[in-house]
Each structure stands twice: as C-alpha cells, then as structure tokens.
Write a new protein. Sequence first.
Length: 151
Amino acid sequence: MKPQLPKFQPALAIVYGRQDREDDAVAYLNEAERGIEKVQAEKGTELPKEWLAKTYVQMGGVSTNQLGVQNFSAFVRGQKLVQIYLFRAVRLNDRNWSTRAKTRLQETYRDLFTVVESQREQRRLQSALGAELLGLIDQAELYRPPWRVRK
C-alpha cells in the first residue's frame, strides 16, 4: 500500500500566503511537513524515492494560468512558501519527478518574467514587479546546493 498524505495543506498555505496571512500559511505547511516526517519514520528505507519526489512536486506546484499584473504580488507570496518543495524534488534526482520539478520551476520563473517584461510602458510598475521577482529568486538561491570546489 502506498503512503497517503493530505495534499490540501500546501494548497491552503498558498491561498493564505496570497492573502498575506503568512502565519496561517506556515501552520499548514508545518502540518504537511509533519505528515511527511511521519511517513518517512514509518516506512524508513522502504519509502520509494519516487513517491517522495512526486509528493514534493504536488506540494510545490502552483499554476500560472491565471497569472497577471493584478495578482502578481499574491502569486509571488504563495510561490515563496512552496517553491522549496520543488527544489527538494529536484534534489532527490528521481528520473521522472525531479525533471518535472525542474521544468515546473523554470516555467514558473519564465511566466513571472513575462509579466514583468509586459510592463515596458509602465516603468515604475515594471520595476516594482521586477523587485518582487528578484526577491523570489534570491530566496531560491538559498535552496541551491553549494558548489563543489575542485582540487
């Protein structure tokens, strides 16, 4: 039997994050983390890497279908809360799900950049949106594995 985790906590966290209710968002993410830790403790080495990578992709995936200038800031707030799960999926190096996580991250950042670029006629707005995107990228840099120094 495959381990089951409720997938609604990250979705609720995104909603709360978009509403500037970060404390509520973090509470739901912590609940999801506890669920993953519980499954890892129960299954130990029997827990398939594929399952964990898939779970992280599902937790970190945010659709950009409705992304626009009007909801850009809210989207970035939500993405800041959940993008770590996509980075975790990438690190697991699962042939299928890690690739999906990497693609999802790339598409999300591309879509965000497209919104910023679309505001060329309104430089102040473009600068404000760009600053938010840079903040998200700065946070993503924290999740990047350290570079290995070659000797």
